[in-house]
Design a protein around this ligand. Structure first.
Ligand SMILES: *[C@@H]1O[C@H](CO)[C@@H](O)[C@H](O)[C@H]1NC(C)=O
Ligand SMILES: *[C@@H]1O[C@H](CO)[C@@H](O)[C@H](O)[C@H]1NC(C)=O
Ligand SMILES: *[C@@H]1O[C@H](CO)[C@@H](O)[C@H](O)[C@H]1NC(C)=O
Ligand SMILES: *[C@@H]1O[C@H](CO)[C@@H](O)[C@H](O)[C@H]1NC(C)=O
Length: 225
């Protein structure tokens, strides 16, 4: 009797595991992806709303402790601190990252370091275009979520200019099999949501970012059918 019950239970667990084949999702960007806590909050929010089959992927795994008590989250990601969009594009880094960690959904928050080093909207959007093409070369059906980036008070006019260019750029690169959704991470993000470094979100900023990613993630997950 006992043995039969255990077999029955494992059959049920096995069947539901199959039904919920995991959806691979890559959080991609620089330190605002690597050294922050919005990924932990996003993972927890997805879990708590029954999106338990989202597999965060990437070549890196963060050690950052997030939440209290600390959240035991899926730490894999592709956020490279200090990296510029134009360098990632010019050096062709993304194809290898996606080859190691294929994905169905990708979020990109990138360009802050480009702006800090003086690059403007045109150069950054050109890099974004290269990156989108590389995402689709890896997976023709990639569901792509691109952020209008969070404020950078030291260079805010350059951020505002980049963000203003993103919607029309994204629309020009859009496709029905590989949609691009733009997430406005700028609006409503206050200077008090930044750490003292004036660059990275603090805990309040991480929660604001998470809420916006979450809505876009549900749209992307829904589009997978
Ligand atoms: C998650 O699933 C559980 C069990 O089926 C259910 O009780 C709960 O209401 C669901 N939560 C959400 C947010 O859908
Ligand atoms: C951002 O500020 C830094 C430091 O003042 C400056 O060197 C850089 O050129 C600025 N970026 C842009 C795009 O203006
Ligand atoms: C791209 O197309 C999808 C529908 O396939 C739409 O939801 C999305 O808003 C479009 N993105 C842009 C930037 O126009
Ligand atoms: C975020 O940092 C600001 C200072 O920049 C501080 O006033 C605020 O209390 C912080 N909020 C949280 C939730 O850490």
């Amino acid at each position: 009797m006992v043995l039969i019950s255990i077999y029955a239970i494992s059959a049920i667990l096995f069947t539901s595991a199959l039904a919920e084949a995991s959806i691979r999702y890559m959080p991609f960007g620089a330190s605002i992806v690597q050294a922050t806590c919005w990924r932990a909050y996003l993972w927890q929010h997805l879990q708590s709303t029954n999106y338990t089959n989202i597999d965060f992927v990437g070549s890196l795994s963060s050690s950052t402790q997030c939440g209290s008590p600390a959240i035991n989250y899926d730490r894999d990601h592709e956020g490279h601190s200090g990296y510029l969009a134009i360098d990632i594009a010019d050096k062709g880094l993304l194809p290898g990252w996606l080859e190691s960690s294929p994905a169905k959904i990708i979020t990109m928050h990138l360009g802050t370091n480009d702006i800090r080093e003086g690059y403007g909207t045109k150069a950054i959007l050109a890099a974004y275009s290269t990156l989108i093409d590389q995402m689709r070369a890896s997976n023709a059906d990639m569901k792509i979520i691109v952020a209008q980036i969070i404020p950078l008070p030291a260079n805010d006019s350059a951020v505002v200019d980049l963000n203003a260019g993103i919607p029309a750029w994204a629309a020009s690169k859009n496709s029905s099999v590989s949609p691009i959704w733009v997430v406005d991470q700028y609006t409503g993000f206050l200077s008090s949501d930044l750490r003292d470094d004036g660059i990275h979100p603090n805990d309040s900023g991480d929660h604001k970012m998470e809420a916006k990613w979450y809505t876009a993630m549900l749209q992307a997950i829904g589009s997978l059918g």
